[in-house]
Design a protein around this ligand. Structure first.
Ligand SMILES: Cc1ncc(COP(=O)(O)O)c(C=O)c1O
Length: 392
């Protein structure tokens, strides 16, 4: 496959290792590393490239909006990561007295602690946790927990722990029928799965860029749909969160500091930049933008979804034949597969010594290929797992 070879030529690590831990952190692309270096060189030799930075923040939002089929790039906020994005969004939401929030036990912990923090400040009354069985949460559990006092439902698009791909559209329908918003953490989906926030009824989405988007740490996005946006009232702000911020001056072709910034009134931005408080981590966004440009040349993720599913399914069949239990629900999965192993660290360290990278997790091994991985790499992993099992 020509596209596969081409994509691999942008990822240096593939010449050194079989890298199958994209759910931990994706490898940095050459494009991302070069873009960061170029920006730093420019800064070092010419002074801070501020206007270029403003343009790149807007461009990054445009690329991201396309990846999730958002209404507009103005529905996107540029933040420093998934956790920051979630907390920035929550701090702008108002909760009716007695509200509850429904989260999934399959969520990454960050998306549960934020709600405990809201509860401990008395801003919501209850955090309800939808329980998983056999690696997924049945829809009936959401039906049971979401009621007229539910302010929002927060569910990871793909679970970090079992690789389950949530039935986001169905959960959004249940949430909406009871007046609640649906917010999703799509960190394990964006860049490898086609996401359509409009089709799925997603009210807000958060992600970082250092997994399937193959960017560096320190950049992330929040998508906010129009209805939720109209209800936000930021509790915190700053010079990027107001209507007359640097980006809007730049888009109007104004000289950025010709007029004073009026501090006698407060008009928060009407778009998602109301969730941005100050200067963005621009160096990280340089890298994230370069990787998004690379990924979108392959019509990712429309092409990548089936390809990575094929890798995961091949692995699932062979792992089953080895007598190990696959813990990923295979009727709804993405590019993550997990299987039980009594000594995950022992196996992962053996694989690491043989230049294959996977993640050990409590009682399981997580393997997370991306579109640049090959079937030969999956076969190498299987060969080593067989060898390890025989020798231990
Ligand atoms: C699904 C998910 N959300 C959020 C996070 C945390 O992201 P950050 O620490 O960049 O905010 C992770 C980290 O692995 C994750 O897997």
């Amino acid at each position: 496959m020509k596209w596969l070879e081409e994509l691999r030529s942008h990822i240096e690590i593939v010449g050194k290792k079989t890298y199958l831990d994209n759910a931990g952190a994706g490898p940095l692309t050459k494009d991302a590393a070069d873009a960061v270096r170029d920006f730093l060189d420019l800064w070092q030799s010419e002074g801070e490239p501020w206007e270029l930075a403003l343009d790149h923040i807007v461009e990054a939002k445009k690329y991201f909006a396309r990846l999730i089929n958002a209404q507009s790039w103005q529905n996107i906020a540029a933040v420093s990561g998934a956790t920051h994005g979630l907390n920035s969004l929550l701090s702008a939401m108002e909760f009716k007295p007695g509200s509850n929030v429904v989260v999934s036990s399959l969520n990454f912990p960050t998306g549960i602690f934020s709600f405990h923090a809201l509860k401990s400040r008395g801003l919501i009354r209850e955090v309800r946790v939808a329980k998983s069985i056999n690696g997924y949460v049945p829809l009936s559990e959401y039906e049971r927990l979401i009621d007229d006092n539910t302010a929002l439902v927060f569910v990871d698009y793909v679970s970090w722990i079992t690789g389950y791909r949530e039935r986001i559209r169905e959960i959004a329908e249940i949430a909406h029928s009871r007046g609640a918003f649906l917010i999703t953490d799509a960190f394990h989906a964006v860049g490898v799965l086609p996401i359509d926030v409009k089709r799925d009824g997603v009210d807000a989405l958060i992600t970082g860029t250092y997994k399937w988007l193959l960017g560096p740490h320190g950049a992330g996005f929040v998508y906010v749909g129009d209805e939720l946006m109209s209800k936000l009232k930021p509790a915190f702000s700053g010079w990027m969160g107001i209507e007359d911020n640097q980006v809007s001056r730049r888009l109007r072709n104004e000289k950025l500091f010709e007029r004073p910034i009026d501090t006698s009134t407060f008009k928060h931005a009407k778009d998602a930049s109301m969730l941005e408080w100050g200067t963005w981590p621009i160096i990280a966004f340089e890298g994230a933008l370069a990787s998004m440009k690379l990924l979108t040349t392959y019509e990712v993720p429309w092409r990548f979804e089936d390809y990575t599913k094929g890798l995961v399914e091949k692995l699932a069949d062979s792992i089953g034949e080895l007598g190990l239990k696959v813990t990923t629900p295979l009727d709804s999965h993405a590019a993550i597969i997990t299987f039980e192993y009594r000594d995950p660290y022992g196996l992962a360290e053996f694989l690491g010594r043989n230049k294959v990278v996977v993640s050990p997790r409590p009682g399981t091994i997580r393997v997370s290929p991306h579109a640049y991985n090959t079937i030969e790499e999956i076969e190498k992993l299987l060969y080593l797992v067989r060898r390890y099992i025989k020798s231990s």
